[in-house]
Design a binder for this molecule. Structure first.
Ligand code: CA2
Length: 145
């Protein structure tokens, strides 16, 4: 059985409660539920992790080296545009990953257009809302098989 780790960065625990015009009405729990349903169908073990703290995300990525994680889906949220530390952690563990964003970061403020992750990622999905997570899951599932 393959293992997929889903990581969500800061403030994504607030999804569905604020700014629905940008991030939609679904909660993070809804997203994880739909990924869990897909994981059942595809016989994939799913780990789910959300944190508002950079060092916790770095540590969870380190842990992935020893817990059987084969693939990562990550929405680094605001850390997308700031975190060399999370980038380095992903490069260090060398686990392939897909970067997911709910909003189209290229259609927003200029500072959101740069990601510290995209050049390391297998793929990047932005602007498709929660559907982006499902599409990333399907791509990851194919890549792991
Ligand atoms: O579009 C995305 O998925 C982002 O990664 C979301 C981040 C943002 O900083 C990135 O530029 C793009 C922000 C996540 C904040 O989530 C909230 C959810 C509900 C209410 C307020 C913030």
């Amino acid at each position: 059985m393959r293992t997929l780790l889903v990581i969500n960065g800061p403030n994504l625990n607030m999804l569905g409660r604020r700014e629905p015009e940008i991030y939609g009405r679904q909660t993070l729990e809804d997203i994880i539920e739909s990924l869990e349903a897909l994981a059942d169908i595809h016989n994939i073990r799913l780990f789910n992790f959300q944190s508002n703290a950079e060092h916790e995300i770095v540590e969870r990525i380190h842990q992935a080296m020893d817990d059987g994680t084969d693939y990562i889906l990550i929405n680094p949220a605001a850390f997308t545009h700031t975190s060399v530390a999370i980038r380095d952690a992903l490069a260090t563990v060398s686990i392939p990953f897909i970067e997911v964003h709910l909003s189209n970061i290229h259609k927003r403020e200029d500072f959101r257009a740069h990601s510290y992750f995209s050049d390391l990622a297998d793929g990047v999905i932005a602007g498709l809302g929660t559907k982006g997570y499902e599409l990333a899951f399907l791509a990851a599932s194919e890549k792991m098989s």
